[in-house]
Design a protein around this ligand. Structure first.
Ligand code: NAD
Length: 355
């Protein structure tokens, strides 16, 4: 046995009500006295409650987070943080709000507290992203990793079922690719498998009753583990395809992950038997790609890239973009293979055993 493992130095709190009860404590632990609260326009009410709980240690609310962190949005947020004399930020929301908090951290070094309200997992990674002239750049920098993460299941009660399901499968995709990442470790494998088990177990309960606080807590627990897997493992074909489909064709993030995952896993299955076995254990199946396709379809998620608005004529452009760069993947990524995976995802039928 051989491995390298590094645990992120992030403190994690998961508790109903913690966005207002625990965030002030986390700020105090970190010695922070002027926190700028960041969110998107739709998350402003929730974020206002967090700012109110911070009382005198709140340096104000900046509700301008947008999808994929446009560089001008990041520039403006940095100015606001500097003008407010902030010594840290609290990002309340999904990957977009946390992404803006990370962009501020990257430019200023200000520490970040994350209060996630989706299952995207950005809070557990040192990965930042910025979009300029229509192209998204990403990088890894330890300074953007949140110092504290506060998971409050109550904040996710308003997450619509459709987004809960696709965001949950987005999390499962992180864990699935971590299971065959070249930098996987035994602890990462356990984390990823348990993350999938928790999320796949919680999603049907969330869909049946979105106000089920226990199920919401289990989904956030899964999101934490899957996000940890994303932060530690280098992602492969599935994430590359989704990056291209989101970046070049503007397809929605969580939905795209949900549609592509079964086909990308079927493509990699023969080259990653241990990962597929672990996924199968977590999903109680001997055919993980099919089980994921069944699960998301049963819970009402979109099944095809066509439904998400991709044109058939885009498939070749997407395939070329996804084969153009080198990245680790258990099976060799061929132009023909990628084309077959994308065509299958475009059509959205039951995944074949391989492509
Ligand atoms: P998002 O943050 O854009 O949120 C999606 C929508 O859900 C928004 O309209 C938001 O207002 C709404 N929403 C969020 N929480 C809600 C709640 N509790 N109740 C009601 N509505 C709510 O999307 P996302 O899927 O969370 O994140 C996607 C973005 O994050 C992408 O840009 C992706 O690239 C990035 N991301 C980055 C990393 C990383 O490690 N850097 C990891 C995962 C995702």
């Amino acid at each position: 046995m051989e491995f390298v493992h590094e645990s992120p130095p992030t403190r994690v709190v998961l508790r109903p009500g913690s966005s207002v009860t625990a965030v002030p404590d986390e700020a105090e632990r970190l010695g922070l006295r002027r926190l700028l609260v960041i969110c998107g326009a739709r998350g402003a009410d929730t974020a206002r409650a967090v700012a109110a709980a911070l009382g005198a240690t709140s340096a104000g609310l900046h509700a301008e987070a947008r999808m994929h962190v446009p560089v001008e949005v990041a520039d403006r947020a940095v100015q606001v943080a500097r003008a407010a004399g902030a010594d840290g930020c609290v990002a309340v929301g999904g990957g977009s709000a946390i992404g803006l908090g990370k962009a501020i951290a990257l430019r200023t070094g200000l520490p970040l507290i994350a209060v996630p309200t989706t299952y995207a997992g950005s809070e557990m990674t040192p990965v930042w992203g910025l979009t300029e002239h229509g192209a998204k750049r990403t990088g890894r920098d330890p300074s953007v990793l949140p110092r504290s993460v506060v998971y409050d299941p109550e904040l996710t009660l308003t997450l619509p079922v459709a987004l809960s399901v696709t965001s949950g499968i987005n999390a499962v995709a992180h864990a699935a690719e971590a299971l065959y990442a070249p930098d996987a470790s035994p602890l990462l494998a356990l984390t990823a498998e348990e993350g999938v088990r928790a999320m796949a177990g919680a999603l049907p309960d969330v869909a049946a009753d979105p106000a089920d606080l226990d199920a919401r807590g289990r989904a956030l627990y899964g999101a934490w583990l899957c996000g940890t897997a994303l932060g530690a493992g280098t992602m492969g074909l599935h994430h590359k395809l989704c990056h291209v489909l989101g970046g070049t064709f503007g397809l929605p993030h969580a939905e795209t992950h949900t549609v592509v995952l079964p086909y990308a896993l079927a493509y990699n299955a023969s080259a990653a038997p241990a990962a597929l076995t672990a996924l199968g254990r977590a999903l109680s199946t001997d055919d993980a790609p099919n089980a994921l396709w069944e699960l998301s379809g049963r819970l009402g998620a979109p099944r095809s890239l066509a439904e998400l608005g991709l044109e058939e004529s885009d498939l070749d452009v997407a395939a070329d973009a996804a084969t153009g760069q080198a990245y680790p993947n258990p099976r060799e990524v061929t132009a023909e293979g990628v084309r077959a995976v994308l065509r299958a995802a475009y059509e959205g039928g039951r995944p074949r055993a391989t492509y």
